[in-house]
Design a protein around this ligand. Structure first.
Ligand code: KG4
Ligand code: ZN
Length: 355
């Protein structure tokens, strides 16, 4: 181990018992470049995000190479902006937390390399954080009273899973999708309806004006499990649209959006509540971009109240990709002795939810 790495290990160990820990965090796994500064895992001193949505909308989805290039253009300015917003000097930073996966490899590498540069120049530990754990931690920022254990529904564009959060860094998988993530289904159905990228928020909006008139169904083979399958419903919607077109019949897009959203959210609610009933936990947490869905939030709140569970989801700006959530997760990694990375840290396109 190099002298530098020895020093980092020593500093990392000290942070475990240090009273106040300030983490500068970086997120660049997909189409948002983000930098944040978070104190003690819960207090956001700065949170800046540069979204590339408008750029990728032109292509109907994220173009990885374009994402990487735009991360490079944005990241230095965001770093400066975050320091200004927090009104602190670089020397006051105790650690750099960065998303190492899951995500687009070229996009992740931009954040990772910037983080390495900061770690080396500021001589503070580099902490490699899972994007998935970041989404869960977004709830710690939004709800000061929330502490593990709880059950979490992780629903994003890349993941859909029910997790048992035994402790900050002790996570067990209860169930997950066997094919598409829920967000992927939202995006693909939106695209087939001619809605712009990203499709989730568009479906959310359009569904509000529609009726649940079309009976879309989900795979029956998983009905008694805590696993999900969303590739079938995406195909069912596409087939429905094709049949209507071939017959020259009118398509009520709002009804399609509403019926699809009802079907997917019912499934997420049913399986998550079934999963928590099998545990002794009383808190249910939603994490990830699809967690911003208004129907999903409303159904979780209603069932939560009916069944006696406290339901939590992050405020909107922490639901979708941001760096504050990475700073929060990074803090709990530090306190649990997890995630210290070397300067050889590489990007990982996929990461298991429990890693
Ligand atoms: O967590 P996230 O920002 O990135 C990933 O880690 O994947 O999630 C992005 C996903 C996209 O599929 C997007 O369409 C979906 O979250 N999404 C929504 C809503 N807002 C974002 N899906 C449904 N309703 C929404 N309001
Ligand atoms: Zn995400």
């Amino acid at each position: 181990m190099s002298k530098f790495q020895d020093l980092m290990k020593e500093k990392f160990e000290k942070l475990k018992s240090q009273k106040d820990v300030t983490v500068l965090s970086i997120e660049s796994s997909c189409d948002e470049t983000a930098v944040a500064i978070v104190k003690n895992g819960r207090e956001v001193l700065a949170n800046v995000v540069s979204s590339q949505i408008e750029i990728h909308r032109l292509f109907g989805g994220v173009v990885p190479e374009v994402a990487s290039r735009n991360h490079i253009l944005a990241i230095s300015n965001l770093y400066e902006e975050a320091l200004n917003q927090a009104n602190i000097r670089p020397e006051e930073i105790d650690a750099i937390a960065v998303t190492y996966g899951a995500g687009l490899i070229g996009a992740l590498l931009v954040g990772i390399n910037f983080a390495k540069g900061l770690s080396y120049s500021l001589k503070v530990p580099l902490v490699a954080v899972s994007h998935i754990h970041g989404h869960i931690a977004a709830n710690y920022i939004s709800h000061s009273e929330l502490v593990p254990p709880f059950v979490c529904l992780m629903v994003s564009g890349g993941h859909t899973a029910i997790l048992e959060i035994k402790d900050y860094c002790d996570i067990k998988l209860i169930g997950s999708t066997v094919d598409d993530a829920a967000g992927e289904a939202f995006d693909k159905v939106a695209r087939s309806l001619g809605l712009p990228y990203p499709g989730g928020p568009e479906i959310d909006k359009l569904a509000k004006t529609g009726e649940n008139t079309i009976k879309f169904t989900l795979s029956n083979s998983l009905k008694d499990t805590e696993n999900f399958s969303f590739s079938g419903i995406k195909t069912a919607v596409i087939n429905y649209l094709h049949t209507k077109e071939q017959k020259g019949e009118n398509i009520n897009k709002a009804d399609v959006a509403r019926s699809f959203e009802e079907c997917v959210t019912d499934e997420l609610v049913k399986k998550t509540f079934r999963a928590i009933e099998k545990t002794e936990y009383k808190s249910l947490v939603i994490a990830g971009g699809v967690g911003a869905n208004s129907m999903l939030q409303a159904k979780f709140k209603t069932y939560g109240e009916k069944c006696g569970y406290d339901v939590f989801y992050p405020v909107l700006k922490y639901c979708t990709d941001n760096a504050a959530m990475i700073g929060s997760a990074g803090y709990y990694y530090i306190k649990n002795g997890k995630g210290l990375a070397e300067l050889s840290l590489s990007a990982r396109p996929s990461v298991s939810v429990t890693e």
